[in-house]
Design a protein around this ligand. Sequence first.
Ligand code: ZN
Length: 218
Amino acid sequence: MAYQELSVNGSPRQTAAVERVVEARLPTVHGEFRAIGYMDRRTNQEQVALVHGDIAPHGALTRVHSECLTGEVFGSNHCECGDQLGTAMRMMVADGSGILVYIQGHEGRGIGLLAKLKAMHLQQAEGLDTVEANLALGLPVDDRDYTIAVEILNDLGVESVRLLSNNPRKRDALEANGITIAERIPLLIPPNKENHRYLLAKRKRLDHSLPHLDGLLG
Ligand SMILES: [Zn+2]
């Protein structure tokens, strides 16, 4: 594919490094998708996008989803990632088309799986919230880079999206790199007793738009 120049968070412009490697039909419990595999030549990381239906350059229902092994594979109730992933895929099928860009390497908002488990331990043992726990470990609160997601959306010919997200930083990062957010569509998962403090911290400390938590006590 052609190289493109991207500006990332005001840092020097970078050269797109994504390469489309493979495409396969992927029937799932949520519906039929195409799995499009990419290699990020910058990081040598494998990435995948799932596409349902025919994608137009404008207005595709889109989820840029950060990897979360505990939430998605193990069904952890500590966070709502697993429910968000399945809900997003079902919404795409109901809508007739959609794009899921699943970003490997985004565990724990980019700090990695073991650091995320350490942060969870600190939340349980010390009563810290998700932000305080990362800081106590000497780690960034959010270290996620969305460059690869933008490059994959570019490769898919997408110019504007209806973004399934509660996270203003994600919206800003995509927009800063040339993806127009035509609409932000909330992805609200009902809280449970294990994750309601985590969700409240995401709202209070990370500015996530979670109006369904109104009235919930921290
Ligand atoms: Zn999670």
